[in-house]
Design a protein around this ligand. Sequence first.
Ligand code: PHE
Length: 439
Amino acid sequence: SKPSTVTLNGKSYPCDDHTNVPPHIAQCLSRKLHLIPNHPISITRSLIESQFPSPVYKSYNTLLPVVTVGQNFDSLGFPLDHPGRSRTDTYYVNKDTVLRTHTSAHQADTFRLRESDGFTISADVYRRDAIDRSHYPVFHQMEGARMWSRDSVPNGDIAAAIWKEIEQMPRHDLKVEDTAGAWDAERNPVQSEHTDAEAEAVAAHLKRSLENVVVEVFGQARKAAIAAGEAKESEVEEPLKVRWIEAYFPFTSPSYELEVFWQGDWLELLGCGVVKQELLKNADCNDQIGWAFGVGLERVSMLLFNIPDIRLFWSQDARFLSQFTPSTITRFQPFSKFPPCHKDVAFWLPSSTTSAAGGNTMGVFHENDMMEVVRDVAGDDAEDVRCIDEFVHPKTGKKSLCFRVNYRSLERTLTNDETNQMHEKVRQALVERYGVELR
Ligand code: PHE
């Protein structure tokens, strides 16, 4: 007896056998962390946004997260068998409707509007995923894009127009490594609709624009780290280091990832590329060519503000939010570390599910189903969940899994009783929802 509708942002949607949006996710839709002025996600958003000023760029920050499968996947050229489409990875409102898994879901519609030459879109996005300090089923992304119309540049020479613009951009002091195999015809090709000169100019503008973001945003973060005594003053003298890596996305070509060298490690920041002409054609923009990028705001925010656990962004504890000031990067001061408590659960999967070969068939147990059960029961008191053992019984062919759940509140010490009760609920929910046999 499942409910026949699900209510999201006050609107009700019909359910079907695809529906998998649990209440704890539905409740997150109203939070809009990217719009709370002193929230680090919002501070990060506006810092990056300020690098893409109006009137060239228009920002869209209030687009609703309920989108069609067409918007989220089809318009972007995701193949029908792409794993991202599976119910194990994506929250389906019903078979035609999902919670957007990325801000790219709005690319085609925004191109079609033609309200400006460029845009940014910041929003909450939703993915079924692991539980650990850097993964949360709701997070925030910023999409950015810039277009040039062949019909509105002198002599239709887009490349020349773009290079002229690049000359006017601020020169930055940054060490850039480019290993992106930019013109690898097989793996990262220039599209047949573009000349090499056009693609090269678009990619150069894209790279310069994003390098400028890194200089501005990470430059400020480095000053904050020095002010907090976490880094040496001499570090400011050294140029920041970034590198471009070859990448693949179904809706850009060539595609790249940008990494930044930060506190001793290379860290991936964002994905981007030259927008596929097919997407633009379907958005009535075939006269245009341009670039797009997508950046994860939690990822960047955790680095800038030195936030150690992604759950903190969702904290309503004043000890978190009162630390931050609009438009300013400051280093997070932990309010104290409460003790963790881990518990294991081992179980046999029902034999019918062992034979099914992955995918999104009803009744197959996916690791993300374990994550969902733990989120349902423990909410933000679950710090991480790991599969620590997996084996198939040689005689019966039955599969056994063992997960270790680490419980820890960010705000207080959990009692032993509380933790035991939560863990018992997790065990029972596994039996009730998936028919597992506890060991
Ligand atoms: N949407 C992509 C992601 O979520 C990022 C991206 C955006 C890549 C725009 C290319 C262009 O990973």
